[in-house]
Design a protein around this ligand. Structure first.
Ligand code: NDP
Length: 309
């Protein structure tokens, strides 16, 4: 099978690229990846996507974008792209179910995944109290005690969500301030059952089969460290993301943090005919709306490239 335009990823960037590419008669094929709909499917309310004055839930927004892409004929498939051969034209692409296809252009919109602290205990107790998604797992912690690691908008959002379920929420923040936007900070500080532990790092988790506590070290920038434990049942990671670029196997140029590099103020990558959009290529903004905008640009760049062939 051959397509003029293969889109990899089904977040706002991928679906927007699909809407534009379909309307340009490129008959795009989109592979949805491990998490169809992307990261917004594991958030609650999205209040800052233009066009929704009352807000919308993440899953509803993604469903709308998907249906909009399908309306113009995008071929949206389940499956994960395993490998791309970049030395041939058209590109040869392998899907994890064994399927293969050829593509004249590729738009990489694979997003980013939640990051871990790197503690052995995190892996050991993953799914047993350790989570990276409050909206997925928060329900299990009703009237319990939980901790959220991180001081960004995601951490605040997770902490606020959990504060409506759990009896007590700790935020473990390594600096002496929150990086999150002012409005999120204010909401966090206004919640009586959220306690922010500034200048604190987690060095281990307590519990054999399930999280029972966390070992914390506080350091206010002096030589003195204070070691203490907190009793918790859930430990939620919200310390940012790692771009999903491992399947590219170094065939497309990445920056030092692993994000796809784009060139010349466009979505062009180091490989002619391959474009990138959304969080996978954007360490800076990482917003649904900026990802959607970049998906639009990638489809327009792909269309222009195809016209020159
Ligand atoms: P951020 O990179 O903004 O924040 C990550 C947080 O985790 C920081 O507080 C950082 O600390 C901390 N951190 C990173 N590594 C470690 C570590 N090893 N140990 C302890 N703490 C660590 O990521 P987010 O996921 O919060 O946000 C990503 C982007 O998405 C941002 O642009 C954000 O504004 C946006 N966003 C917007 C939302 C909204 O508008 N509703 C909701 C969610 C996200 P430090 O500050 O010290 O580096």
């Amino acid at each position: 099978m051959k397509t003029k335009c293969l889109i990899i990823g089904s977040g706002p960037a991928g679906y927007t690229a699909a809407i534009y590419a379909s309307r340009a008669n490129l008959n795009p094929v989109l592979y949805s990846g491990n998490q169809p709909g992307g990261q917004l499917t594991i958030t609650t309310e999205v209040e800052n996507f233009p066009g929704y004055p009352e807000g919308i839930t993440g899953p509803e927004l993604m469903d709308d974008l998907k249906r909009q892409a399908e309306r113009f004929g995008a071929d949206i498939r389940d499956g994960v792209v395993a490998d791309i051969e970049v030395g041939t034209r058209p590109f040869r692409v392998k899907i994890d179910n064994g399927d293969e296809l050829e593509a004249d252009t590729i738009i990489v919109a694979t997003g980013a995944s939640a990051r871990f602290l790197g503690l052995d205990d995190e892996r050991r107790l993953w799914g047993m109290g350790v989570s990276a998604c409050a909206t997925c797992d928060g329900f299990f912690y009703r009237k319990k005690r939980v901790a959220v690691v991180g001081g960004g908008d995601t951490a605040c959002e997770e902490a606020l969500y959990l504060s409506n379920l759990a009896a007590k929420v700790y935020m473990i923040v390594r600096k002496d301030y929150l990086r999150a936007s002012k409005v999120m900070q204010e909401r966090v500080f206004a919640k009586e059952n959220i306690e922010v532990l500034f200048n604190c790092n987690t060095v281990g988790l307590i519990g054999d089969d399930f999280v029972e506590g966390a070992k914390i070290v506080e350091n206010k920038g002096t030589n003195e460290e204070r070691h203490f434990d907190i009793d918790i049942d859930g430990f939620f990671l919200a310390i940012g993301h790692t771009p999903n670029t491992s399947f590219l196997n170094g065939k497309v140029e990445l920056d030092e943090a692993g994000y796809v590099k784009t060139f010349g103020g466009t979505t062009a990558t180091s490989v002619e005919g391959i474009f990138a959009a959304g969080d996978v290529a954007d360490p800076r903004y990482q917003q649904a709306v900026s990802a959607a905008g970049m998906g639009c640009r990638a489809a327009l760049d792909a269309e222009k490239y195809l016209a020159q062939l």
